[in-house]
Design a protein around this ligand. Structure first.
Ligand code: RTP
Ligand code: MG
Length: 220
């Protein structure tokens, strides 16, 4: 049976209701869930996970982003699960993803795109081994119970701020505005619904998204 390692990135975890909605959508597709963990990612693990993108201009930003605030890591098992999840996610860039796809609905902008998923059986096997070794993400009979508890705890409370955050990011790029007030607005929006996530993590996530805005403006 095929496996896929999925990470709901910090742009979801700091708005836990969104993380819960994405997790629920995956489970509704009928996959078996073999591992589930909420965790902060070390820079080392982030660098190893995205090693294939080491030479890309966005690599250092990507490492900052994924290690800023807690993520949800999980292993799904199902027939054809790799392709099925990548279809459900939609294409990499949020603004190009189908509006009904998970990235289209819950991603913020461009590569701030809510989730990672393995892209081939070989990648999945490597990622599962890496996250077991460096992140202690291990298979457990308790995974479904833990995932369902996460959904039950976070889905009912709070609001989905995706569109508000998306507008802030989109408008800042369009208006070439990388001011401190944009950063402050991001800290405020990411800080809501972030019960149990430290202020430092919320600020680190907002800064990573603000750095993304800066890089997009510099490209113009
Ligand atoms: P992922 O690995 O996270 O599932 O995403 P993917 O396969 O759809 O896309 P990939 O090319 O592997 O890129 C990995 C992550 O890097 C960020 N990215 N930023 N600024 C850019 O041009 C850019 N390109 C990629 C995204 O967060 C993407 O998910
Ligand atoms: Mg990829």
């Amino acid at each position: 049976m095929e496996h896929s390692l999925v990470i709901i990135k910090p742009d979801g975890a700091s708005r836990r209701r969104v993380g819960a909605l994405v997790l629920k959508a995956f489970l509704a597709r009928g996959y078996d869930i073999r591992a589930f963990k909420e965790m902060k990612v070390s820079r080392y693990l982030a660098e190893m996970h995205y090693a294939i993108h080491k030479e890309k201009p966005f690599f250092s930003w990507l490492v900052d982003f994924i290690s800023s605030a807690p993520v949800l890591v999980m292993i799904f098992e199902a027939e054809n699960v790799i392709e099925d999840i990548r279809t459900a996610l939609g294409v990499t860039f949020v603004q190009k993803a189908n509006p009904d796809s998970l990235r289209g609905k819950y991603g913020i902008w461009a590569g701030v795109n809510i989730a990672h998923a393995s892209d081939s059986p070989e990648t999945a096997a490597n990622e599962i081994a890496l996250w077991a070794k460096e992140g202690d993400v291990v298979e457990s009979d308790n995974a479904r119970t833990a995932a369902e508890a996460y959904i039950a705890k976070h889905i009912a409370s709070g609001t989905d701020f995706t569109m508000q955050i998306r507008d802030v990011v989109k408008n800042a790029i369009a208006n070439l505005d990388s001011s401190d007030s944009v950063l402050k607005t991001l800290i405020d929006l990411f800080g809501r619904d972030a019960e149990g996530i430290s202020k430092d993590d919320t600020v680190a996530l907002a800064k990573a998204v603000h750095d993304f805005i800066l890089e997009e403006i510099e490209k113009k």
